[in-house]
Design a protein. Sequence first.
Length: 637
Amino acid sequence: MNDARRRELRDRLLVLSVPLLAFGACLMLWRRLPASEAAFLGVLATLLAPWASVLLHRMLRGWREDAESRSVNRAAVQNAEDGMVMATAVRDRRGDAVDFDIVDCNARGAAFFGVARAELPGMRVSTLDQGACGAGLLDGCLRAMACGFDQEEREMPPGGRQRIAWIQRRIVRVGNSLSITLQDISERKAHEDALCRAANEDMLTALPNRHWLAQSAAGLLAQAERQGRVLPVLLVDLDEFKQVNDTHGHAAGDKVLEQTARRLKSLLRPGDVLVRFGGDEFVVLLGEDESDAHIGTVARRIVDALARPFSVGEQLHSVGASIGISVFPRDGRDPATLLRHADIAMYWAKDDGKGCFRFFDSLRYASIRGRAQLKQQLALALERNQLTLHFQPRVDLATGTLCSMEALLRWEHPEMGFVPPSDFIPLAEAGGLIHRIGDLVVDKACAQVAAWRANGLELVPVSINVSPRQFEQGGVHRMLAAQLALHKLSPRLIEVEITESAMMGEQKHILEQLAAIRKLGVKLHVDDFGSGYSSLSQLALLKMDVLKVDRSFTAGLERSPEGRVFYQAIVSMAHALGMAIVAEGVENEEQLRLVRELGCDEAQGYHLGRPAPAAEIARMLAPSSSPRMRGPLLNTQ
């Protein structure tokens, strides 16, 4: 007969015995009581006995279910994967908990401490092996007894008997006792570590990645600041990596990146940090206090190392690298600023020919930033009509009369004041605004000549400068034809000035452009002759109408006899080709005398007249004026 069957028979006997005991008690009382009371008692006992039996049966069933539940719970605890330990507080004379006696545990709980289940009860928490899970357990128990709960994750020392890397301890106060749960979280921690590595480590090169740098850079800067040292940031960018990817595929590119990482690591010290920043960019943080000279030495070594060809399979790939350098705290005090400045310096290195390094230069950056802001303001100036034309007279040296004018663009900014053309014209050419500006100049010049005509003034030709970018793109003749037709102007009133550099392109294209302009009846000038690279044969081929000698030759007339010889050669050459000569930059009476003696046809310069707005030029064009050249008397200011 099993235990469950025995318990069932015992409970039934107990239930049957209740009415018998009640009947016996009533019989004893019946013998001692009067007949009427005894009869009543007998009837009452007979009625209550079944109810007592039912109540007793229910009580027994509840006890049995509780016992079974406790047995199931205990079995669950004993077989749980988590360790379970119960401990009661050991208190001193003042009633403060100072230690804990272990009163119960499951097999898993004992195993965490490296003992059998029978050994752990009776031990004190303070005596548990500190090398196993007992390290810090007493402190945790005291905190839980004070606060009701304590939980921590603890990394286990390597080489433990249980081979557990991480545990989680959860301690809950229950009256004067503590329930301690121990859980092996090694697998979860390993998974978290794997996720952390995936987030912070570049899978191709095994280097820290951009995310890691974003999380760690602030701490590295703070450490450098505490130590009172600089922290150089080197941004390394491979110059020809895209070509490797495009021509040989990404697998070859990956091999180059792996080799790049190995070469960089071989050059760095243990305290330096190497990060794959993304794509073909790497970041190096030098870990020691360095002078610019030593930083430059490290950068040169990196450039030289990456200049050596990379071997991928049976092929060699020459890639090279450019490096931008910023230094904390000189070039920035936060990671974003330092990286941005290193990136700017890296692009300077590329602009300077690649395969080199450049330090961030705050003055150079301020200049570039100022140019960028000026470019933005120039775009606004076009929208707000801030650009105007001034006109500089040219004088016929034979007659002394005003014979023509050059239209010069002027920008008067409402806040910055006068902005020289030498500042904004190169920006317009580099930024794609020169075509709009060119159209604006032609439109304003033609409109102004038409306005002077409407006012009955004596007109002279106005020359307009055409940018090399406009000339290369073509279509200048169509723009001129449209404006001449719009304002009903004779082509002889508009002339075009083109610099030597504009004529250095593809010869057929140049000839077509010049022929189309000449076909309109518009004269063509070579502007600033001598500052470019045109040849005598090219000038003969292009058939220009006027040659304007650069002001540098005019200034040299007074300095040496050689200057006069060169000037005379230019004049003779131009006349031989049927071109008129204009002397630019005439600044004084002596220069005016010399250019006249050398046979120049016209002269232009501050000595004869400064650029002036249209209203001042109108007084010179009045019929009653008939200005004769009298040196500075033609100065319009």
